[in-house]
Write a protein that binds this ligand. Structure first.
Ligand SMILES: Nc1ncnc2c1ncn2[C@@H]1O[C@H](COP(=O)(O)OP(=O)(O)OP(=O)(O)O)[C@@H](O)[C@H]1O
Length: 633
């Protein structure tokens, strides 16, 4: 029997109402069963009354008197006959019961012919995997009964499996990944390719539950997510494994979607993230999405090894320390980041020893984004210079205590080019785009419980936080707003999230022509050439005047203020820096050193002669852009 809809208050309640809702539903179902005869008779009486009314209205007016007389005569006879009223009442009830019976054709029991064929063929396909010659009473045997093997099944409107429960013999090696993978592969092929399946192995009951997964939403655009401080939304997933949902806006529509939330900061167990994927699968987009969330609470240092200008929209924004595209800039800024991590660590340790809270200048999160480090490593090796990844060792190892988070993205086949520190300390992992089960297991540390599909939309993949479950993931659409192919709605969504451009606090500013963007950036390769700024501003081009802000701290300085190594000028080749020493290193007494981050701000005018720079903690100078670009190539 069809279930009756419950009152709104019961059907709309939260999770805590689920139990009472189920109780109410059961009570309603039981009451309906008990009162079924009365309901049928009442329905029949209603139908008889409706038929009598219809008959009366259809009778011509001149015959209604005769009809009335006939009815009155029948009533009189019935009243006079012994037991007449009783017999009449019984007859009426019987007629009402007959009329009131449920006339909707009942659903055919069991599967139809084509469904039976599917079930039988799947059963036959499983026989070699789930049977043993020595088994005296096999559950699976050629020509056997599939009904014992498949206790539950559902089909979709196209006649394909939507849900299937499979029993298997206890001797099947369901604890071995290869055995499971073989069965999952077979089921995915037999139940229909091109769909994603979720496999739940119940080893205790020897049951395998197969469900078809609905596609993850690809239409969610970048937006301000409702999260707590230290939480970053990597994307969206299935509701099965995630208890929480995020309220999202989609145009006028509002909906709740289960997110994959990554926690960073001092209490995080996965403080750093590694994103891998085939080219063009959305790794840079995920980094941009994370950066747009992080920039509102922290400082960002972005190194774009691909040099494709994917992060041009962040250049010069409030909270963005630098966007580096070339090797020199990458080395310089990562050296500074390593020194800054050490400085924070020392300051936090000292404060703890003295029983004070951590100093304010260690609390604002520092984010280091490194996109395509393998490209920079290749450049560095051909140039005989240091691999920038080696400078990540300190932020990766000590970043959690120092509020420093590292996010690295690269192509899937570059996994072996990544440094040991990157591979060891990035415990939050994402793989985007098509990947084999082996690749997923290698990167994520565990295979997903779903079938990888060959064709996926950009931004689709898997995420795993530490030793947690592997989630399917869809990254919110966060395209480059300066890309001409970006739709207006998505461009506006990203532009709305960008913080305002930084204005120098002291009023000092490098000479910048009117059409040049006011802001701070390092674009050593002129990668943003030709990009359009939809806000009407002209983006940085090869020939255009560039404003460069590079945060440089080459070395720590002695407590007396004398710098061990002076701040390097932007554009000068970096000396291969020595490995930053560990805090507490006997060769570097903690009490004797303090870091000296120095901010150099320079405006580089293309093909303009360089001028002598003023020496000081904050300097403004002009640097020929060509000279800078030449060093990075
Ligand atoms: N989550 C997403 N939703 C919608 N479109 C996306 C998503 N992620 C990426 N794209 C689109 O896919 C294309 C490639 O994205 P992206 O540049 O981020 O990939 P990539 O992996 O960094 O590639 P490459 O390494 O070649 O730069 C872009 O056009 C981008 O807009």
């Amino acid at each position: 029997m069809a279930r009756r809809p419950l009152p709104r208050i019961l059907s709309n309640g939260g999770a805590q109402l689920a139990r009472s809702r189920e109780l109410a539903r059961t009570a309603a179902d039981s009451a309906t069963d008990v009162l079924q005869p009365l309901i049928t008779i009442a329905r029949g009486l209603r139908r008889l009354a409706a038929a009598a009314r219809r008959r009366w209205s259809e009778t011509p007016k001149d015959r209604r008197g005769a009809l009335l007389f006939l009815a009155a005569s029948v009533v009189l006879v019935v009243a006079l006959v012994p037991y007449g009223p009783l017999l009449a009442a019984i007859s009426l009830m019987a007629a009402a019961a007959w009329q009131g019976r449920d006339r909707t054709p009942s659903e055919p029991e069991g599967p139809d012919d084509s469904q039976t064929k599917r079930l039988q063929s799947l059963y036959e396909a499983l026989v070699p995997y789930f049977s043993l010659a020595e088994d005296p009473d096999p559950l699976y045997a050629h020509g056997g009964d599939w009904e014992k093997a498949f206790p539950a099944y559902e089909f979709d409107d196209d006649g394909r499996f939507a849900h299937l429960v499979i029993r298997y013999p206890a001797y099947f090696t369901d604890g071995e990944a290869e055995s499971r993978a073989r069965i999952e592969h077979l089921l995915a092929a037999k139940a229909g390719r091109g769909r994603e399946y979720h496999f739940a192995w119940d080893e205790e009951a020897n049951h395998l539950c197969v469900d078809v997964l609905t596609a993850l939403p690809t239409d969610i655009a970048a937006q301000r997510f409702v999260t707590a401080p230290g939480e970053t939304v990597l994307g969206f997933t299935d509701p099965t494994r995630v208890q929480r949902t995020l309220p999202l806006t989609h145009g006028e529509e509002r909906r709740d979607v289960p997110p994959v939330v990554w926690r960073t900061g001092i209490r995080s167990t996965e403080p750093h993230l590694l994103v891998l994927g085939q080219p063009g699968t959305g790794t840079s987009t995920l980094l941009r999405s994370v950066a747009l969330q992080a920039v509102h609470h922290g400082d960002l240092l972005i190194v774009d090894g691909g040099g494709t200008g994917e992060y041009a929209c962040l250049v010069g924004r409030d909270g963005v320390l630098a966007v580096e595209c070339g090797l020199t800039g990458a080395l310089t800024s990562l050296e500074w980041a390593a020194a800054e991590t050490e400085r924070r660590l020392i300051a936090v340790n000292r404060a703890r020893q003295e029983g004070r809270p951590a100093p304010d200048d260690t609390r604002r999160p520092l984010w280091i984004f490194l996109d395509r480090p393998s490209a920079l490593a290749h450049l560095a090796s051909t140039d005989g210079r240091r691999d920038p990844q080696s400078l990540l060792q300190v932020p990766l190892r000590h970043g959690r205590a120092a509020n420093v988070t590292v996010v690295v993205a690269d192509q899937l086949d570059a996994l072996s080019d990544l440094g040991d520190a990157v591979r060891q300390h990035t415990r939050a992992r994402v793989v985007l785009g098509p990947a084999t089960a082996e690749e997923l297991a290698t990167v994520l540390g565990a295979p997903p419980h779903t079938t990888p599909v060959p064709q996926v939309p950009p931004g689709r993949g898997y995420a795993r936080l530490g030793t947690g479950p592997v989630h399917r993931l869809q990254v919110p659409a966060t395209p480059d707003p300066y890309d001409d192919a970006t739709s207006d709605a998505h461009r506006q969504a990203v532009l709305d999230l960008l913080p305002p451009r930084t204005t120098p606090a002291d009023g000092e500013q490098a000479p910048v022509p009117a059409e040049a963007p006011v802001g701070t950036a390092t674009t050593e390769q002129g990668d943003t050439a030709g990009k359009r700024d939809p806000a009407g501003e002209t983006a940085t081009t090869d020939k255009a005047v560039r404003t460069v802000k590079t945060v440089v701290t080459d070395k720590t300085v002695a407590a007396d203020g004398s710098a061990a190594t002076g701040p390097r000028e932007p554009g000068t080749p970096a000396e291969p820096a020595s490995e930053p020493e560990e805090p507490g290193d006997p060769g570097k007494p903690v009490a004797d050193v303090q870091s000296a981050p120095v901010v150099l701000e320079a405006a580089a005018v293309a093909q303009a002669p360089s001028e002598a720079a003023t020496v000081g903690p904050v300097r403004t100078e002009k640097v020929p852009a060509e000279a800078v670009a030449a060093e990075t190539s």
